[in-house]
Design a protein around this ligand. Structure first.
Ligand SMILES: NC(=O)c1ccc[n+]([C@@H]2O[C@H](COP(=O)([O-])OP(=O)(O)OC[C@H]3O[C@@H](n4cnc5c(N)ncnc54)[C@H](O)[C@@H]3O)[C@@H](O)[C@H]2O)c1
Ligand SMILES: O=C(O)C[C@H](O)C(=O)O
Length: 313
């Protein structure tokens, strides 16, 4: 299996490293626009192989997409991260141009690839990659739900003083303040979380999760990479090993949840064909309302992208 990661910055290099040391792919190609940057990162990861004992080959290239040819999966992490005081949506015009041109290059050299978008604003960059690639919606998806759910699970594990391994949760909607964590679908070793934690603490954890990205941007001056890079690698693994894992993933909805033509995080089964199935939960009225708010927000940002594209045309 051959996997390309575009963008050799914090998230891309972390993702490539996880793909390599966990031997998820035989070959990982790292691409960046900065001369020598991807080559250096790929060489560093390769030189770690004798220490951490893996044999995945890592190759770095500066904008040379011929080396990515025949990739089974491509992860797009290229683009600006936000700085303190910015929202993810503030990145739209710069990152849309980057994601669009990267996607054109990817499909030219790997027409059968499955594409995982990581660049922000996530839901709308997934839209940009999907319309550019012209691939079926099952093959172009965005990573955010695994990260947001991981934050929620980590905060819960801390509050309950239990292993994060035992916390299962679902989170839906856009990757932003309107994301929709679902306490009703959260369990701790099979026990509904509401039986183990009081409402006030749970609500505080939900709020912290919604602002989880911003919390890290404030602390570090740029956005997170260890959990995001690992989350993208986990999606790659589910696809290349045909694991049929159930994850929240951003995909174009075509009638599911009563929503049409908007890119949102929903639970899916992820396997060798990409999105094998979208799972439709029976949401209650409050949850439906939260999802509708999230849909409205993502739709607005999608329209902003349409306006940017129309102005360019
Ligand atoms: N979806 C998520 O949950 C999530 C999580 C974390 C970060 N992100 C997003 O991922 C993106 C990358 O974050 P980062 O921290 O790795 O940033 P970074 O600045 O460390 O790395 C980005 C890399 O992209 C490269 N790049 C820019 N234009 C390119 C092009 N046309 N072709 C190839 N490479 C190009 C840059 O040279 C840089 O090395 C940001 O947009 C960030 O907001 C998303
Ligand atoms: O918060 C960001 O800007 C990056 C990413 O979307 C995250 O949630 O960590």
């Amino acid at each position: 299996m051959k996997v390309t990661v575009v963008g050799a910055g914090n998230v891309g290099a972390t993702c490539a490293d996880v793909l390599a040391y966990r031997e998820i792919a035989n070959e990982v190609v790292l691409v960046d626009i900065k001369e020598g940057f991807a080559e250096g990162k790929a060489l560093d990861i390769w030189q770690k192989a004798p220490i951490n004992l893996y044999d995945t080959r890592t190759v770095g290239v500066t904008n040379d997409y011929s080396k990515t040819a025949g990739s089974d999966v491509v992860v797009i992490t290229s683009g600006l991260p936000r700085k303190p005081g910015m929202t993810r949506d503030d990145l739209i015009s710069t990152n849309a141009g980057i994601v669009t041109s990267v996607t054109e290059n990817i499909v030219k050299h790997s027409p059968d690839a499955i594409i995982i978008v990581v660049s922000n604003p996530l839901d709308v960059m997934t839209y940009a990659a999907h319309i550019t690639s012209k691939l079926p919606r099952t093959r172009v998806m965005g990573m955010a739900g695994i990260l947001d759910t991981a934050r929620y699970r980590a905060f819960l594990a801390e509050a309950l003083n239990v292993s994060p391994k035992d916390i299962q949760a679902v989170l839906m909607g856009g990757h932003g303040d309107t994301m929709v964590p679902l306490p009703r679908y959260t369990t701790v070793g099979g026990i509904p979380v509401t039986e183990l934690i009081d409402e006030e603490t749970l609500n505080a954890i939900v709020d912290r999760t919604k602002n989880g990205g911003g919390e890290l941007v404030k602390l570090m001056g740029t956005s997170a990479w260890y959990a995001p890079g690992s989350a993208a690698a986990q999606m790659v693994e589910a696809i290349v090993r045909d694991q049929r894992r159930v994850f929240p993933v951003c995909v174009k909805l075509e009638g599911e949840y009563g929503i049409d033509g908007v890119y949102l995080g929903v639970p899916v089964i992820l396997g060798k064909n990409g999105i094998e199935r979208i799972i439709e939960l029976d949401l209650n009225e409050d949850e439906k309302q939260l999802l509708e708010t999230s849909r409205g927000h993502v739709k607005e940002v999608m329209e902003a992208l349409d306006n940017i594209n129309a102005a360019k045309a």
